[in-house]
Design a protein around this ligand. Structure first.
Ligand code: SF4
Length: 367
């Protein structure tokens, strides 16, 4: 069970979430008298479309699924970034105050909760007591870039379960080891990852990159190592993943991991009029010739281009990278193609979609 990752593509987030939970048969692990906590990422009061916070529609999909299993004790718990009232503001701005009223679920600001003390590897932790009292913890992070740790996703999202003072302290001592150790204490039962439009580089958003997918899995380390590749990082570049392996937090993604995709032939297209165009992505687009590209494919290319500055400088704008279903069946001896749609090109990156890391590695070869 633990070595599976489920992926769903689309735009209807409530349905996508429900379909993932159905497909993974989550009901097998639930009982109606369970106390369930859902932990989104509400790092700051900023709407999800800006790339930093969890879409409330995904949490709504989870709540609806839980309620069809007759579960009534459901809470959404978060402790936003430092500041007395930040969590309350984030609940409001991100749509969670409204959600809690509509579905009669509790909202918990973890900053106001009692904590329990732990000490592991000479590192002290205080963790909100509510997480130890729950029967089923669902972690709902956003897959996005991070200015300090490069990636933020499942493992790092649990930082919202500790007090502000400790968050500052962990930032000062380097974050990576405390993140991994925190995940040896708190072990979510389920992870549902929001990869709808996570930010290119920064945890507070501003440059959302539309990918229109949601992941479901049981092992946060497995998901983080898989997702790091999608945004053009080798898992070995992420220090907290290496610590996670050392402290047996989970397993790394490898060829034995089973990937189960829903709607893989209906990935949302970049051509739709609502497609988010962030400033940094627009700058990188001058190297791209796009024709009906799927958003997760396009996102991988943008994440890769963002990491390879020298290529950006040298690349001839008349020799643009081609991506999209519009290039299916075409031959080409000059341009690099991205994804299986370009399989008749003499140079192309395999995959549907290829990961950002695969694209990056190919660009480096050409550089
Ligand atoms: S290879 Fe083609 S079909 Fe596959 S994700 Fe990319 S653009 Fe879409």
């Amino acid at each position: 069970m633990k070595d599976k990752i489920y992926i769903n593509y689309g735009k209807n987030l409530i349905k996508m979430t429900n379909d993932l939970m159905e497909k993974a048969e989550i009901s097998k692990y639930l009982k109606s008298d369970m106390k369930v906590i859902i932990k989104p990422n509400l790092v700051l009061p900023s709407p999800a479309k800006n790339g930093a916070t969890t879409h409330s529609e995904i949490v709504e999909g989870i709540i609806k699924y839980l309620q069809t299993q007759n579960i009534t004790d459901i809470s959404i718990a978060e402790g936003a970034w430092v500041g007395e009232e930040t969590t309350t503001k984030a609940f409001k701005v991100c749509g969670y105050t409204d959600l809690s009223k509509r579905y009669d679920v509790n909202l918990i600001d973890t900053k106001k909760e009692e904590t329990i003390d732990y000490e592991i590897e000479n590192t002290k932790f205080r963790i909100s007591k509510i997480f130890q009292e729950t029967d089923y913890l669902i972690n709902v992070p956003v897959l996005k870039g991070h200015c300090q740790t490069k990636l933020t996703n499942c493992l790092k999202n649990l930082k919202g379960c500790i007090p502000d003072k400790d968050k500052r302290y962990y930032h000062n001592i380097g974050l990576h080891k405390p993140i991994a150790l925190l995940n040896t204490i708190l072990k979510p039962d389920l992870h549902i990852v929001d990869s709808i439009c996570g930010d290119l580089t920064f945890e507070e958003g501003g440059n959302p990159i539309e990918s229109n997918r949601i992941f479901l899995g049981y092992d946060g380390l497995l998901l983080d190592s898989y997702c790091s590749k999608l945004i053009a990082y080798n898992p070995e570049e992420i220090e907290y993943i290496k610590y996670g392996v050392k402290y047996n937090v989970g397993k790394l993604f490898d060829e034995h991991t089973k990937i189960i995709e829903l709607n893989k032939n209906h990935k949302p297209n970049k051509d739709n009029k609502d497609f988010i165009k962030s400033k940094l992505a627009k700058e990188l687009e001058r190297y791209v010739d796009e024709n009906s590209a799927c958003s997760p494919c396009y996102a991988g290319l943008i994440f890769a281009l963002n990491k390879i500055e020298s290529y950006n400088k040298k690349n001839n704008e008349n020799n643009k990278i081609r991506i999209g279903q519009g290039f299916k069946g075409q031959t080409n001896n000059r341009n690099l193609g991205i994804g299986d749609c370009c399989k008749n090109f003499s140079k192309y990156v395999k995959g549907c979609p290829p990961s950002g890391l695969d694209i990056l590695n190919y660009l480096k070869l050409l550089d």
